[in-house]
Design a protein around this ligand. Sequence first.
Ligand SMILES: Nc1ncnc2c1ncn2[C@@H]1O[C@H](COP(=O)(O)OP(=O)(O)OP(=O)(O)O)[C@@H](O)[C@H]1O
Ligand SMILES: [Mg+2]
Length: 341
Amino acid sequence: MREILRMNNVSVHFPVKGGLPFLKRGVIQAVSDVSLTIAHGETYGIVGESGCGKTTLANAMIGMVKPTSGEVLFAGKDLLRLPKEEFKKARQKMQMIFQDPFSSLNPRFNVYQIVSEPMFIRGEDDQEAMIARVVELLELVGLSSEDLYRYPSDFSGGQRQRLGIARAISLNPSFLVCDEPVSALDVSIHAQILNLLVMIQEQMKLTYVFISHNLADVKNICDRMAVMYLGKVMESGSSDRIFKRPLHPYTQALLAAVLDTTFDEKREQIILQGDIPSPIDPPLGCRFWQRCPQAMEGCKTIPPEHLEVEDDHVVACHLVHGFPAVELPDGYDRPVESLKK
Ligand SMILES: Nc1ncnc2c1ncn2[C@@H]1O[C@H](COP(=O)(O)OP(=O)(O)OP(=O)(O)O)[C@@H](O)[C@H]1O
Ligand SMILES: [Mg+2]
């Protein structure tokens, strides 16, 4: 695998704001100790419930948030320790498409200004060349030169997302984060925008990080993926293998919740009890134990390791690997009573 991005033990913590000054303030552990690799030209999916840290993880990949600890290597270089100028250049290679095409475009800018802004910021000043480049980009995303001086309010959601894509690829990036790029769109537009993304990826040889709640999309377009829960990756690797044989109870529950004919086998529905715990004070052991239908006593206190179960299929779960071979107190391998109804 020729890797383009690697994360080693990345954590991102945010301070909790507010509260009384003399009270101890906690930290939000948005991303905890995540390690992953992304290959050149692949589409890497990130899935998980709202608030589990998908956007924060993606922001850390492209240097938009600074990890509290760990390292991010982009094209072999440590992104966080690059000199300012080199960091700027690396950042131009990494762009992002946002979920909401209504709020992510400046309503006071026209199409030309929106799409050319990144080039302008980079220091380009040849107006004619920029207009030609913007027209080329508009045509690539299915808009035209007639749209140059229109404003975002003149466009539908799908067209605005096309504009967001044109802007994101204007500097010829090699790495593009698509943060729920189609979830705000109608079903009919949804497929069109996905097809456009796939076409652009082929044409420009891009690597995608694709964040989505829609597992059918992830199954269709992602080569590899990570399943996140409360800031941690629970299962990762080849998406074919994960969809075929999900091993983490959380992944099993996510996949089982999809009532979709795109999946080959019928899976029994697993209803997860309770809400996601707070990332301010996450559980000590496995982050999922409080909602896991198969939790054991040891899961409460012993964090599971990330171990490969087959080629490019990594799972962090005691049910799969067993507890580490240390002296465990009595009953650690017994099911958690409160969860067994
Ligand atoms: N700038 C910030 N300051 C403080 N807390 C933050 C910040 N950004 C994110 N968080 C918190 O970090 C956690 C992870 O948020 P994040 O936006 O990464 O989740 P997500 O998986 O992208 O969710 P969604 O599916 O809703 O987009 C949440 O608890 C969120 O409130
Ligand atoms: Mg998000």
